[in-house]
Ligand binder design. Structure first.
Ligand SMILES: Nc1nc2c(ncn2[C@@H]2O[C@H](COP(=O)(O)OP(=O)(O)OP(=O)(O)O)[C@@H](O)[C@H]2O)c(=O)[nH]1
Ligand SMILES: [Mg+2]
Length: 313
């Protein structure tokens, strides 16, 4: 299949072409840039929802219930899972298949796990491209699930229209631990596993934390208790997401946010491109190993090594 056909078919919503296109951007295949050039003008219709939180907080369970809720309203849903800790193994693919079987893949739900980053990085860039492909392919809601630990994950969630941070009761210490990265980016907070003790206390702690934060857009992030496994609170979550989306599109916050996202994307791409150009120069990759060895043996220092690499013609 040539690229033109691939683009035509993915824009028409063909699942196999969508999957192939995502693989192409993930691998940074030749042709991925042309593909994205064709995809980009068709984006901007979907609502992109980022879901992040500590490992095991119930993100996948919530995403599935959220997707079901949207599906019942007639929306088409794309789901992208980013799990940098697990290699792109049969496990991840099998997991996706099981979820798709429960959610009804052919009936308007598409699930995809992103592979681990290559040695040049690019996981965040690839994920944002995958979201753009799903947007262009006509999905009404695109949900991105990431474990809220690394910088890449935070960056990914920041590119969503609405960022949802998932907590569980009794994680006071964890709130402290993760707040540096993800507390600032939550437009909506969920306290999942609300069937457990300590929901009110966690809510109070969260409220006092949030009262210290000053958002430039003056939005007060709502806190929604849920029990994902029992589908409780899902409608409240849908309403909270919708409320923020409306707030955002009514004000001029959206333009500011979109511009910030665009700038981040540009810098990500530029970084990837410059690094790959540099490393593809004659012998640079091999030089990297030689220099790394020298630095480890203290016969060279990283600063001189970088100068040598940058000055390689
Ligand atoms: N009691 C209770 N258990 C829940 C709830 N939601 C999810 N779980 C359970 O918590 C465990 C983890 O759920 P996942 O949905 O896989 O959590 P996750 O955040 O996606 O996990 P990772 O992707 O591995 O970080 C599973 O055993 C779920 O059944 C809830 O509301 N209450
Ligand atoms: Mg999960």
């Amino acid at each position: 299949m040539n690229e033109f056909t691939l683009v035509e078919e993915l824009l028409a919503g063909d699942y196999r072409s969508i999957a192939r296109a995502i693989t192409a951007v993930e691998n940074g295949d030749a042709g991925a840039a042309e593909l994205m050039k064709a995809v980009f003008p068709r984006t901007g219709k979907a609502t992109v929802i980022g879901i992040t939180g500590a490992p095991g907080a119930g993100k996948s369970s919530l995403v599935d219930k959220l997707a079901l809720n949207y599906k019942e309203n007639g929306d088409k849903i794309g789901i992208v899972c980013v799990d940098p800790s697990s290699p792109f193994s049969g496990g991840a693919i099998l997991g996706d298949r099981i979820r798709m079987a429960t959610l009804g893949m052919e009936k308007g739900v598409f699930i995809r796990s992103m592979a681990t980053r290559g040695n040049l990085g690019g996981l965040a860039r690839a994920t944002v491209d995958a979201v753009a492909i799903l947007d262009a392919a006509g999905f009404d809601k695109v949900i991105v699930e990431t474990v809220g630990v690394g910088q890449d994950e935070v960056e990914i969630v920041k590119t969503a229209d609405v960022s949802v941070v998932v907590l569980v009761p009794g994680m006071g210490d964890d709130i402290q631990a993760i707040k540096a990265g993800i507390m600032e980016i939550g437009d909506v907070f969920v306290i999942n596993k609300a069937d457990r003790e300590g929901v009110l206390r966690t809510q109070k702690e969260l409220e006092s934390l949030l009262s210290l934060a000053h958002r430039p857009d003056m939005w007060h992030p709502p806190i929604v208790p849920t029990v994902a496994t029992e589908s409780k609170g899902i409608e409240d979550l849908v309403a909270a997401i919708e409320a923020y989306r409306k707030f955002q599109t009514d004000g001029d916050g959206n333009r500011v946010r979109q511009q910030a996202i665009a700038k981040w994307r540009l810098l990500e791409l530029l970084q990837e491109r410059l690094l790959s150009d540099l490393l593809s120069r004659n012998g640079t990759s091999q030089k990297l190993d030689k220099l790394a060895l020298e630095i480890a043996e203290k016969t060279n220092d990283p600063y001189s090594a970088v100068e040598e690499l940058v000055n390689t013609k």
